[in-house]
Design a protein around this ligand. Structure first.
Ligand SMILES: Nc1ncnc2c1ncn2[C@@H]1O[C@H](COP(=O)(O)OP(=O)(O)OP(=O)(O)O)[C@@H](O)[C@H]1O
Ligand SMILES: [Mg+2]
Length: 312
């Protein structure tokens, strides 16, 4: 990779409108840092595969620029493509070659000299060594997915794209793949993965990007998102509805819901002081009578669903 490049991937002002007139990507600005694991989350049809396709030079941008490893993916396609490994979403390996041959062949396709030791390591890491002489057509879906990963790793890419790498694979294989991905990151590879599994993003990602209707609506560090995850709502059900939040409670950040029947207090459950004791004292001072209390933790999933809902 060009050692002068600041970022692994730099996207600015990217639009993609398909020939059908459908606008699949709208004004995307995104930087992927070298050596990070970046998870792209979004519902079906959000534009994840299209975005990956444009970075890999397989889908032509309508406008905007994309650089991978410092190379413009359109004008310097061969150079940028050479440093990118892509594990596609769709399995198209129903062929009669053996596992070994297809991986060796892919490496050659990217202009790398033959290196049987490297191919052996890749196959062993992915628990494919015992299958090396098997024909692709005879493999199970999960095994085929491993072969796709082996192919993507065959030419020692600097940047690896994994488009739904663990969709439809069993738990054990998913954990294996996570281990392989972590090991790759240790070796300095930048990894961009798409997933529907929030658990996977939580487990793997350094940063998370959320895409919806062709727009990136959020990019944040995983830990920052997890802090948001640590937020809880305290719901105070009232005996009698309030018309407005009393000033003394408004200062504490309380909100009113359900036609004035519920007071909501949002707090950080991981903090040393939640402020709940002071809040209850203030509620008491105001003479507000409480019917019931409950707390509610927002999950990462709810954060995302909320984000997506805000957009429609
Ligand atoms: N070749 C194409 N021609 C026209 N429209 C397309 C084409 N490819 C994708 N689209 C449309 O662009 C939108 C984004 O598709 P894309 O495959 O990028 O979504 P995705 O986020 O990867 O979804 P999924 O989670 O289902 O894989 C969809 O509405 C899709 O129908
Ligand atoms: Mg997709």
């Amino acid at each position: 990779m060009d050692t002068h490049a600041q970022a692994a991937v730099e996207i600015s002002g990217l639009y993609k409108t398909y020939d059908t007139g459908f606008s699949a990507l709208k004004n995307i600005d995104l930087t992927i840092h070298k050596g990070e694991i970046f998870a792209l989350l979004g519902p079906n049809g959000a534009g994840k595969t299209t975005l990956i396709g444009t970075i890999c030079g397989l889908v032509r941008p309508t406008s905007g620029t994309i650089k991978a490893g410092g190379y413009d993916v359109v004008r310097e396609f061969r150079k940028s493509r050479a440093i990118i490994g892509l594990v596609p979403q769709e399995l198209t390996t129903d062929r009669f070659e053996s596992v070994w041959d297809t991986v060796v062949y892919t490496r050659g396709l990217f202009g790398k000299p033959r290196d049987d030791a490297h191919v052996e390591k890749v196959l062993r890491d992915l628990s494919l060594w015992s299958k090396r002489n098997d024909k692709l057509i005879t493999l199970s879906g999960g095994m085929k997915r491993r072969v796709l990963i082996a192919k993507a790793l065959s030419h020692e890419p600097d940047i690896l794209f994994l488009d739904e790498p663990t969709a439809g694979v069993d738990v054990e294989l998913r954990k294996d793949m996570w281990a392989v991905v972590r090991e790759l990151r240790e070796s300095g590879v930048t990894i961009i993965l798409t997933t529907h599994y929030i658990e996977e993003a939580e487990e793997m990602a350094d940063r998370i990007g959320v895409i919806s209707n062709g727009e990136i609506i959020l990019v944040d560090g995983k830990d920052e998102l997890m802090r948001k995850l640590g937020r809880k709502d305290l719901v105070i059900q009232l005996q009698e509805p309030l018309d407005a939040v009393p000033d003394s409670l408004e200062e504490l950040g309380l909100g009113l819901r359900d036609n004035g029947n519920e007071l909501i207090y949002s707090y950080d459950s991981t903090a040393d002081r939640t402020g709940i004791a002071g809040l209850m004292a203030a509620v008491h001072r105001e003479g507000i009578r409480i019917k019931d209390l409950s707390t509610h933790q927002s999950s990462l999933e709810e954060i995302f669903i909320g984000l997506l809902k805000d957009r429609t």
